[in-house]
Design a protein around this ligand. Sequence first.
Ligand code: THU
Length: 169
Amino acid sequence: MGFSKKIQLISTIDVYDLERDLPETDRALLKQAKRALDAAYAPYSNFYVGAAVLLDNGQVVIGNNQENASYPSGLCAERVAIYQAGARFPGIALKAIAIACRTDSYVIKEPLSPCGACRQALAEYENLYSKIRIIMKGETGKIYVAESIESLLPLMFTAKQVKKQANHL
Ligand code: THU
């Protein structure tokens, strides 16, 4: 058997019991995310997601999931918001994203934790600019706040690695 050692990847998030305990800017952003989910187009999953991105210039850009009869062509709320921010405000840092959700089938008691592809999209902009706060909530229950995408995506793949590989060619 080969020799190896284990390392621990530690990630930390803040947990709030109540929305009113959140810092004011987080609470306001979460409100916008909740409002955004009403315009989600999710006739296939009936799972509605809203996202609100706060930019460094104070603007808030919202997104919601947009589904498609050809299922993989749909897009998550987070990426709709993140890419809309990139398209409308190029060069402006993303400071925070709030994510809210609702479904017709049950009461969501756990915070919505963004999918892997949306985490990777957040990682791109965090590495380009600065840390992005991620505020996550279900319909009821606790609220999770990560101060950086690093907490949700340890060992992330970044542009630095692309460049390193290119240098080796
Ligand atoms: N969805 C999001 O919008 N964000 C996530 O982080 C997870 C999933 C959407 C995609 C699809 O429209 C529906 O939720 C069910 O997966």
